[in-house]
Design a protein around this ligand. Structure first.
Ligand code: ARG
Length: 404
């Protein structure tokens, strides 16, 4: 009897060819696992296809709940956005997939796990680092990185073994979907000067065809977790689905990012992430209302480190776990409601409220009811400016641009 390998299976060309290749090259029986993180796909077709191309077992796992509550929401609480642009949908799904594959490898007594990532991307890093952290004893096999076939050769291989070519082979784009966002790569997008053609977008309306009246949405958070939309309580998965539709209808959530991959390549990435864009914006706004300046400044720095850790495949690192504890603590009073206006591709916050708001009308107002003691500012500024005053007297100020 052959040893078994658990393969992360998407139903696409590479992972279908991998099923066969793993048998030919390593004499391994393949257990195909397709993880549903909110990809728009017919999973029964994918499941059957794995068997058709030679897997001894084919599983589809609905991991949407775990994806949202264990990965997406912690990242939202952290305000994690890679390079200020990318909400990290794909990057957040990979450690979850790795964990599920390891669990199945244990149940099935498999000796290895495998994925179909190429050697140029980030996903290979996320899978491999996660596998090694969770199960250092399991072998990791990476067919697409090892076989050295071009796209054309892969297609030939498929034809030779009667592996049906997916219709997507006709499409020039490579697409990866999860509830938190959709990534589109390849084809004309590889020229960073070329505007993404309308056809690459499926979750968002073109802003020019979006409704001519703005839409409003109210999102309530409890401790940094979104819990209601327009007063209706929804579990995480449903809430994100609802917002993807709502904001997508108004053309909100398109992102065009020249992105720094971990392996050193700059790549042009196009995303659609309507719910992510709106939720990250709303969440940060609520933090502006409920966190102190010092908390906000510190948290911003953590957000950047956190986003890099997610992007760079270090979800299971101790540092990521430490930061998660800090982030959780920071969310104690991030409870309240944010109101946004969605209009033709833009979303802006137009209102916010919280039982823990640090905004005090009596301090902010210029009308009667002002409680701020303006006379106290004189002494405050006297000391605040003391070091600047002292230094300016001892050391002349340079206040002209160099060369002028
Ligand atoms: N650039 C994004 C990332 O690294 C999206 C990658 C999409 N993945 C894919 N296999 N097509 O997270």
């Amino acid at each position: 009897m052959s040893d078994k390998v658990v393969l992360a299976y998407s139903g696409g060309l590479d992972t279908s060819v991998a099923v066969r290749w793993l048998k030919e090259k390593y004499d391994l029986d393949v257990i195909a696992v397709c993880v549903d993180v909110g990809n728009e796909r017919d999973f029964s077709v994918v499941q059957q296809k794995a068997l058709d191309v030679g897997a001894i077992k084919s599983l589809v796992i609905d991991a949407k709940d775990s994806y949202v509550s264990d990965y997406v929401f912690p990242a939202l609480q952290a305000d994690a956005i890679y390079e200020g642009e990318y909400p990290l949908a794909t990057a957040l799904a990979r450690p979850l997939m790795a964990r599920l594959l390891v669990n199945i490898a244990r149940q099935e007594g498999a000796s290895a796990v495998a994925h179909g990532c190429t050697g140029k991307g980030n996903d290979q890093v996320r899978f491999d680092v996660s596998f090694n952290a969770l199960a250092p004893d399991l072998g990791v096999i990476t067919p697409a990185r090892e076989w050295g076939m071009t796209r054309q050769e892969t297609i030939k291989y498929a034809e030779r073994y009667g592996i049906p070519l997916p219709v997507t082979v006709a499409s020039p784009y490579s697409i990866d979907e999860a509830l938190w966002g959709r990534a589109i790569e390849c084809g004309v997008l590889e020229d960073p000067w070329v505007e993404p053609p309308e056809e690459v977008f499926t979750w968002t309306k073109s802003p020019s065809e979006a409704p001519s009246e703005p839409g409003y949405v109210e999102i309530s958070f409890e401790k940094g977790i979104p819990v209601t939309i327009d007063g209706q309580r929804l579990a995480g998965v449903g809430l994100i689905q609802r917002l993807n539709e709502l904001a997508g209808e108004h053309g909100v959530g398109r992102i065009d990012h020249i992105e720094n991959r971990l392996v050193g390549i700059k790549s042009r990435e196009v995303y659609e992430a309507p719910a992510a864009v709106v939720l990250l914006q709303a969440h940060l706004d609520l933090e502006l209302l409920t966190l102190s300046r010092d908390q906000l400044r510190f948290k911003q720095r953590v957000a950047q480190v956190y986003a890099d850790l997610i992007y760079n495949g270090l979800w299971f690192s101790a540092l990521r776990q430490d930061l998660a504890a800090y982030v959780r603590s920071s969310q104690r009073f991030v409870t309240g409601t944010v109101r946004l206006k969605l209009f033709r591709g833009s979303s802006i916050v137009v209102g916010r409220k919280s039982p823990f708001s640090l905004y005090k009308y009596g301090l902010a107002t210029y009308d009667k009811g002002d409680e701020f003691d303006q006379s106290a500012s004189t002494g405050f500024i006297h000391l605040w400016g003391l070091p600047v005053r002292t230094q300016a007297q001892a050391q002349p100020i340079i206040d002209k641009a160099e060369g002028s």
